[in-house]
Design a protein around this ligand. Structure first.
Ligand code: GLU
Length: 499
């Protein structure tokens, strides 16, 4: 058994960001590939950002996406439950631990109390900016004497704990598994707040303490956390703890190369699921945002199992990855094509895509499972997402079509010719039994034979009568979906219009 342990450590914001899904996925793949453990930890120490039900919805989406952790937070009876011997895995339940470790740093002078008010910090920042210096805390509280500290505390002055960065330490260097050597000078690292005045830890302290106590070996996270890593390294050093490996995965970008944002499209996994993207397609697509199989492979379609086999941090790119919706649509369409019609129907049913007003308001005969499965058979190869079902073929769901009589005429044909064609179609179709009708090939063959050489003369009026639409699948397919009774009704309606 490998000792590899990785974690996904989201802050519960109420939804799972597509970038979070990718971070979770890469951690999951890395763990599974290497026989390690994947841990889900909830980082909820920022009380200002508390959202009710956020943990539940996060865990639920992770489960939906099949990214189930080995340890950490799960759902039991709809509520968060925790499994594993390194818990609790919810940071707000670990406050005593952070306090204990903060006190250890304080005792070793690796951290110090800072009593500066927000106003004086603001003034300091303004002064530094005016002097064209990078804003950083000037350590003025580091030199407070024990007496001064005691007096301030006795007077009830609020304070935070800051990391005591030793500027003389020089470069902080680490080897990122994606980005290679990263170097930053200690003079460019601020004396980071570790404990806030309300007794809550900041992200930095809680994250490092937990990664250590939970024996995390590899920290795989988004590039936006790269600037935090030198601070974390100083913390590991301050505690004298063994350093984990780091891998920072590239930013997700909008097509215009700006950071992926809500303004340019959906960013939550839930939004994509709601639109009818299949979870397998989403996982596949997300996996390729920042990673490729390497070795000249051009494979693009991967099952989760194949991703586990193929995934390697070596093949994660440094450059930002553009979120290309068209590619997602293409990929989703590929996954939809691969489903059996029964599975497609079940996916559509369970995702509530058959409850849209178009279908819900249709005659009951157009809502039966058999009818909808025939529709899906026809649409399957053209669907980009499940929410598109029926949208391009609305005529399948209306009780009464509306079109101009002229619409029934093929090119310059007269309405007499059109009527002849439709009468002929009525004759042929009414002669079919239901069993013959629902053999798609039989229906097609009978109509094609009847059409003879000049197909348009016969097939256009029939298709027009059945759909009333400029564009639609072939008349055979349409008739097959509609069934005998409804098809003949539409034909009669057309004949009535023709007089
Ligand atoms: N809580 C951080 C987040 O929301 C975790 C970052 C990390 O993985 O260290 O993404």
């Amino acid at each position: 058994m490998s000792h590899i342990r990785v974690r996904f450590a989201p802050s519960p914001t109420g939804y799972l960001h597509i970038g979070g899904l990718r971070t979770a996925l890469y951690n999951y793949l890395f763990a599974k590939k290497n026989g390690g453990k994947f841990i889900l930890r909830i980082e909820d120490t920022d009380q200002k950002r508390f959202v009710t039900g956020a943990i539940e919805s996060l865990v639920r989406v992770m489960e939906t996406m099949s990214l189930v952790p080995d340890e950490g937070v799960f759902l039991g009876g709809g509520k968060p439950i925790q499994k594993g011997d390194k818990g609790p895995y919810i940071q707000s339940e670990r406050l005593d631990l952070y306090k204990k470790y903060a006190e250890e740093l304080l005792a070793n002078r690796k951290a110090y109390r800072c009593f500066c008010s927000p106003e004086s910090l603001e003034a300091l920042r303004a002064e530094q900016t005016a002097n064209k210096q990078a804003p950083r805390y000037d350590k003025r509280c580091f030199t407070l004497t024990p007496d001064e500290i005691e007096r301030k505390m006795a007077a009830g002055e609020q304070y935070v704990l800051r990391l005591n960065v030793d500027i003389a330490r020089g470069d902080v260097i680490f080897n990122d598994l994606v980005r290679g050597e990263v170097k930053i000078n200690a003079k460019d690292i601020d004396d980071q707040v570790l404990m806030k005045s309300d007794g809550f830890p900041t992200y930095h302290l809680a994250n490092v303490v937990d990664d250590h106590l939970m024996e995390i070996t590899h920290i795989i996270r988004g590039e936006e956390w790269l600037p935090s890593t030198p601070k974390h390294i100083l913390l590991y050093e301050a505690f004298g703890w063994e350093m984990p490996e780091f891998a920072h995965i590239p930013l997700l970008l909008n097509p215009d190369k700006s950071k992926l944002s809500k303004r340019q499209g959906d960013v939550s996994v839930e939004d994509y699921l709601k639109k009818g993207y299949l979870k397998e397609a989403l996982i596949n697509f997300i996996a390729l945002l920042g990673w490729n199989p390497g070795q000249g492979s051009t494979q693009e379609i991967f099952s989760l199992e194949e991703l586990i086999q193929t995934f390697d941090l070596k093949n994660v790119h440094k450059a930002g990855a553009v979120f290309d919706l068209q590619k997602l649509n293409w990929m989703n369409a590929e996954y939809i094509k691969k489903l059996s019609v029964d599975d497609l129907y079940l996916a559509a049913l369970s995702g509530n895509f058959l409850k849209k007003p178009l279908i819900k308001n249709a005659p009951s005969t157009a809502q039966t499972p058999e009818y909808l499965k025939r529709l899906l058979t026809i649409e399957q190869n053209r669907l980009a997402k499940l929410s598109d079902i029926g949208d391009n073929n609305q005529f399948f769901f209306v009780a009464q079509l509306s079109y101009d009589t002229d619409f029934l005429n093929w090119k310059q044909n007269s309405s007499v010719m059109t009527k002849e064609a439709i009468v002929k179609a009525r004759e042929i179709l009414s002669g079919l039994t239901d069993t013959e009708w629902f053999q798609k090939e039989t229906l097609e063959k009978v109509l094609l034979d009847a059409a003879g050489e000049k197909r348009g003369d016969f097939l256009w009026p029939l298709r027009a009568a059945l759909t009333g639409a400029e564009k639609s699948p072939s008349p055979f397919d349409v008739a097959w979906v509609l069934g005998k009774e409804e098809s003949l009704k539409r034909i009669e309606d057309a004949l009535k219009m023709l007089g």
